[in-house]
Design a protein around this ligand. Sequence first.
Ligand SMILES: [Zn+2]
Length: 628
Amino acid sequence: MKPPTPSPLTLDQLNVAALDDAVHWLDGVYEHSPWIVRAALAQRPLKTLAQLQYVCTQVVDGAPLQAQLDLIRAHPELSGKAMVANSLTAESTTEQASAGLTHCSAEEFATLQQLNADYNARFGWPFILAVRGPRGTGLSRSEIIATFARRLQAHPEAERHECLRAIHRIAALRLNALFGTTPEAGNAVWDALEDLATLSEPAYAAQGQLTVTYLSDAHRACAARIAQHMRDCGCDSVHIDAVGNVVGRYESDSCLRTSSGRKGPKTLKKSKALLTGSHYDTVRNAGKYDGRLGIYVPLACVLALHQQQRRLPFALEVVAFAEEEGQRYPATFLGSSALTGHFNPAWLDQVDAQGIPLRQALQDAGLDPDALPALQRNPADYLGFVEVHIEQGPVLHALNLPLGIVTAINASARFQGEVIGVASHAGTTPMGQRRDAACAVAELALFVEQRAAHDGDSVGTMGQLQVSAGSVNVVPGRCQFSLDLRAPTNAQRDRLVADVLQAAHAICARRGVTLTLTETLRASAAPSAPQWQARWEDAVSALGLPLHRLPSGAGHDAMQMHTAMPQAMLFVRGENGGISHNPLESTTADDMQLAVDAFTHLLAALAHEIDTANTTATPHPSPTLHAP
Ligand SMILES: [Zn+2]
């Protein structure tokens, strides 16, 4: 006789139950595959639901390939024979019904059957998709069909990983249901970002695309919407500054005591602020989370504090930076540069593709270029800067980890290069007598690939390779290329650059071609401040998740803030292989919830540190951590 599953189930019950009972309770979390939860439960006690989910993913990752394939094949086809025959598991029936798959039109049903057949023929297993989607409320049938058609083109190995990721996502949603858990804050962040993403430049909006470039009408509308969201969350003050940043502040307890005229403790100094935020401008045809996630995760914390009527011994200043992506003007990081005092007045004369100078664009938007210098913050007023950002890469996704600790924003160097050889007849010039410019560049590209890989965490890319005026029957006489090299420290970047330049010259000398290389950018690494990185690590550990430290290959506002104050970043896993700067960029409401939980933990720990240091101040109640 198996004991009935408690409803809702709690981790305490799960941790103390007999193994067979616990396995029975989690029956159905992984379709017809109880071996996964059995192995995961062997690692009890489990601290959080997130830990249970992660441990399950590790069991599957550690299983032989055949077991992984069996797990995939234990799943029914979407809208397939099992559904028609009414032989799905209860969980699958609910999920397929939530996506409306039980109400397909005849045409949709036929399309799905064809996709099922093609997919099975190509991969040899059924297509797996978490049809409840990243928000948990169900994907539309058209979204499902589009995803199905896209993934049919994937590389088999990548697709196997994607199926396993979908299975873990399905399991996470089933666990949420068993434990009666809803990611309330994550859902709220999700919904706010959906709301913000309705504002896009008309030419792109017409194609269903998100594009918000600096000071466009859509950009100004976003600023107004963010300001409204900040007020709704309970920020004490909200304003749009001279560069277009939206700044919301949630004041400290001491500030309120002083301003309300009540007498604070004698030793009380004006409390500092924690600065946080990210950018709200986008690339063209962007995802909805790049930058914006880092605005709304801290706002969810402000909302919780406001609802609990709690104050921290420091102010929280959330900045939605106006410009980071460099889409409209050559200069980038305009929003954060204004705060660090690095906004170069010469940038005001830069023109966009329409010939509109930045100064005029600011004035047209009702902003005052003369007020820019006054935006510079005094670092003494701040504790530091923290930024939450979607990873924009595949690392956390591949590790099945929702959060990652950023160690540094990579140093980078960029070059534009040109190799000149001899454009000769493709038919008559023997291989040993050629001066092929493209082959020299190709050899260099392979060297860059190997040399960067050798470091483990360096990256090297030649994204532009052009044989201008090339012809099918002419040996390339000229090849232009770009070179982008990045590494977590300046020293590592410099060694990489030196080796690549040396190889470039050696390759060209040996091949008898001429090389010119122009350095176009050299940016210093922004290592995370150890103390702040440690605070993120404590927060992630408190969620029961293992720490994964990684450098940021992409530039972020934190890189600019680094010039003024200590900074550290937290990465949130991206779905769809971590793709970014692409409409497929995605994350889940559950991962957003974990980011809010981590941020909440960081605030509580910081409050505790400050209260402990300032023993004359009254002890401060810590904000409570959100479930789980
Ligand atoms: Zn970004």
